[in-house]
Ligand binder design. Sequence first.
Ligand code: C5P
Length: 401
Amino acid sequence: MSLKGKKIVLGVTASIAAYKAAHLVRLLVKSGAEVQVIMTQAATNFITPLTLSTLSKNPVFVDFQKDKTGEWNNHVALGLWADMLLIAPASANTIAKMANGFCDNLLLATYLSARCPVYLCPAMDLDMLVHPSTYANLAKLRQYGNQIIESGEGELASGLFGKGRMAEPEEIVAWLASQYTAKSLPLQGKKALITAGATREYIDPVRFISNNSSGKMGYAIAESLAEEGAMVTLVSGKTSLSMHHENVQMVAVETAEQMYWATINATPSNDIIIHCAAVADYTPKEMAMQKIKKKENELFIELVKTKDIAKEVGNLLMPHQFHVGFALETNDEVKNASEKLLRKKFDMIILNSLQDKGAGFEHDTNKITIIDKENNITYFPLKSKNELAKDIVNVIISKIK
Ligand code: C5P
């Protein structure tokens, strides 16, 4: 993977992570890119222009004017020159200004002039990153078509621990290179989250309430999304299946509560969210800490409702996210599924009916109907779950284009 011949404008803003910009410039140059650096004035307090100009072998731009000679640094020309604009680190301040069209420094003027893809690597303290205003600003930038290279988790400069560290320079370069080297697959650069399998609701340490879901449909969809270029997070209940695709990251869970938290935490950073898991609707009010002994003739277990993951995700959705659910119905199938689509704010729902032979739980085949938000209904014949996974992913691709 290389960035050979790519013209990159690197914007460096005032975050402690600016020290990583030196290493980033070196790696970009090493991978064949031509790099021009623009710094905000405040960023020069963290790392000197001299360091970055030496490493990039180009002058570094900070102000609109060159050394007060009246000659100007042409932001339009820089924006047009670039094959990509990378802002790393992107501070909360610069993100807020970009989201709102501010133009009070050379970097912002270049951003507004650039016609090339824009990539941002946010770097800030964890609370700043999750503040609703930063969250909304990043959502806006995504809507503008800018791509966010997510921050990592770890120890932050404040001493706090959490998400907010700028992605490591190696990751950034690999990510950028992958944008150019891979044949452009339809889901390249997209992130997808899918739940699969059955949950287990423990009664005591060895007994649980579960269902027959094999996870086959969800795993097949996860693989199909990855084949089309998406980076996939598969939140899976216990299944007998394994997943080895390099683009699929597994998050193993057991209970509905664990699946809820894994899904909710991953929701903000995903573009496509699919709920394929058969989540228990009820869970024991209390789990016995010891194995329950056989004593009375009758045993009553009090159950309470679990959280509806899909519904909660539906309430958190940002406009660019595509939300997909499943419905397994036994009667009034289309009507029930359409109501579920509205209730859980799905963009489309995949219905499988228990009345169809060979469809649903445990089978290798399935028969589905897809209903979308506009109430278009598409019927698919009985097929293998692998074939249907491809059909489902193709429908998603056609809708998010
Ligand atoms: O309401 P029902 O369980 O039939 O809805 C099915 C859809 O909602 C599926 O997509 C399923 O994965 C999802 N679901 C969920 N959390 C629950 C129950 C269902 O995400 N607790």
